[in-house]
Design a protein around this ligand. Structure first.
Ligand code: PHE
Length: 373
């Protein structure tokens, strides 16, 4: 129901203002309740209908009834009101129409659209390779151990038989954590340069015999290029028991390489040095790209640099000095022996998948990664 216009007794400007304000408030309130076009028509007719609309009433009850000397002012006021009423009614129509179209917009359904595809994630090729390596050793009875990426000098170096200031530390260009100078050397923090500290951490908590593999991320201050990255991945292995010999190391790794690269590959051990193994060796695998010939047709074989052999990992018999650091937990160097090895998982992934740039593994380009899904 539209507004009922009161008769006026007092036609003074103040009284008129008051009456007009009341009327406009009623107008706004009614306009706010308009939500569709048929509601708007009722609203419009209530206010504008010629016969008995609010504006007609205003004309009759306020303007026509006004005494002569007030007519001019009342006339102005009524004209003003008319304008406001018309504007408000027009705006209400636009709003009602807008509401209707946006309702429709929300309900719009295009049944010819293809469904929404939710791509399933996949293992990253490096993680996939690590899991494959782990699986090979799981089948041999190894369990998985992990350790922190922020490590102390003690676990990363000292307990692995790298004495302070020993040049062997220079083999691994280390990223040190700043502001550690006030601590004793062995407590200073760094980003682990290899997974070997987890050898010690595990021997501290588990008595022999043990057989473990240690996957993880490691860090070195190497500028990134096609075969280097400051962040990369290693898989370490450690077996300690009462009668472990170099032959066990050779047999285990020969088996693992055949499981990883195919039963045709041959393995070769070349003398090397690591402070925490004695003797130490590098393991080479016959090139599974060229079959060991160093040639691919008339072209030189790149992965093995024409040598027919690919270096895969470092290994050796656990140095008795290392056992001394965990002797209190049953690792008496006179009673136990063991072997250890460590390989770069990213490198193995490069070789396995024939990728020629290590950086591709770390750039996260889906077009590259999708090929391994
Ligand atoms: N930690 C050595 C490296 O990162 C690899 C290694 C592991 C060598 C275990 C021997 C035994 O270079």
């Amino acid at each position: 129901m539209a507004y009922t216009v009161p008769k006026l007794k007092d036609f003074s400007p103040a009284a008129l203002d008051k009456a007009a304000a009341k009327l406009l408030a009623a107008l706004e309130q009614e306009a706010a309740g308009v939500t569709n076009e048929s509601g708007w028509k009722t609203f419009r007719d209530g206010w504008m209908a010629r016969k008995s609309g609010v504006l007609t009433q205003v004309n009759d009850l306020w303007l026509k009834a006004a005494p002569k000397d007030a007519k001019r002012d009342v006339g102005q006021q009524v004209n003003e009101l008319k304008k406001r009423v018309e504007q408000t009614i027009e705006a209400a129509l636009l709003r009602a129409q807008g509401a209707a179209t946006s309702d429709l917009e929300c309900e719009r359904l295009d049944i010819t659209l293809p469904g929404i595809q939710r791509p399933i994630g996949a293992e990253h090729p490096v993680i996939k390779t690590m899991n494959e390596i782990i699986a090979v050793f799981r089948n041999l009875g190894y369990s998985v151990e992990e350790g922190p990426e922020i490590e102390t000098d003690y676990y990363n170096f000292e307990s692995l038989n790298f004495p302070p200031n020993h040049p062997a530390r220079d083999m691994q260009d280390t990223l040190f954590i700043a502001g550690q100078e006030s601590k004793p050397l062995r407590e200073r923090l760094l980003l682990r340069t290899h997974t070997s500290p987890v050898q010690i951490r595990t021997m501290e908590k588990m008595k022999p015999p043990i057989r473990i593999v240690i996957p993880g991320r490691v860090y070195r201050n190497d500028p990134p290029d096609a075969s280097h990255s400051p962040v990369f991945h290693q898989i370490e292995g450690l077996a300690v028991d009462t009668n472990i010999k170099f032959g066990d190391l050779k047999g285990t790794l020969d088996h693992a390489m055949k499981a990883l690269f195919g039963s045709n590959v041959r393995t070769s051990f070349r003398p090397s040095f690591f402070p925490f193994t004695e003797p130490s060796a590098e393991l080479l695998v016959s090139c599974f790209i060229c079959g060991g010939s160093g040639q691919r047709g008339s072209d030189p074989c790149r992965p093995c640099k024409q040598t027919g052999w690919i270096e895969i990992l470092g290994c050796g018999m656990v140095d008795p000095n290392v056992f001394q650091f965990v002797e209190h937990n049953g690792y008496d160097p006179k009673r136990v022996s063991g072997f250890a090895f460590g390989m770069g998982a990213d490198r193995v992934a490069l070789l396995k998948y024939g990728v020629d740039d290590l950086q591709l593994f770390f750039q996260g380009d889906v077009r590259f990664l999708r090929q391994f899904a």
